[in-house]
Ligand binder design. Structure first.
Ligand code: FES
Length: 164
């Protein structure tokens, strides 16, 4: 099977029961995508599928063969962090950091949804968005990503700035 992962075509033979999460972490050593609940409840495994945010633990690798997958490793441009990553650093949008890759991928997917309609596309220039929404709506739209440290204020600040 083949996938385009972070812009590179990758191939592997996998059992049809292999999740996308296990493919990324165990076959391709893309360990930035985290395994939390492994049942679709926490959002730690959020990645972008053709720019749309999904839970990699609930997605079979075989289901998405031939598609474009972006993980946290694919968001930065060399040494340059993605604007959402910069905003998380500036606003302390994390504590232990375990949920952070999923939070950031989710925010990037949300930006794409807001800017371009559905399905969304990955964008690296979030400042061009004309869409504004309040904090409560933002919290709702990010509610699929849990933070057990409770660093939500920083997370909402970061996403709000990145998408504002
Ligand atoms: Fe996928 Fe929790 S690990 S949603």
């Amino acid at each position: 099977m083949k996938w385009t992962i972070n812009g590179q075509v990758r191939e592997a033979e996998v059992d049809f029961r292999t999740s996308l999460l296990d493919l990324l972490r165990e076959r391709f050593q893309l360990s930035g995508t985290k395994k939390g609940c492994n049942q679709g409840a926490c959002g730690a495994c959020t990645v972008l599928l053709d720019g749309r945010r999904i839970n990699a633990c609930l997605t079979l690798a075989a289901q998405v063969q031939g598609r474009e997958i972006t993980t946290i490793e694919g968001l930065s441009d060399g040494e340059a962090l993605h604007p959402v990553q910069v905003a998380f650093v500036e606003h302390d949008g994390f504590q232990c950091g375990y949920c952070t890759p999923g939070q950031i991928c989710s925010a990037v997917g949300l930006a794409g949804e807001l800017e371009r309609g559905w399905p969304s596309a990955v964008t690296k220039d979030l400042k061009t968005t004309d869409v504004a929404f309040d904090r409560e709506e933002l919290r709702e739209r990010m509610s699929g990503n849990l933070c057990r440290c409770g660093a939500y204020n920083g997370i909402v600040d970061a996403v709000s700035e990145a998408l504002g």
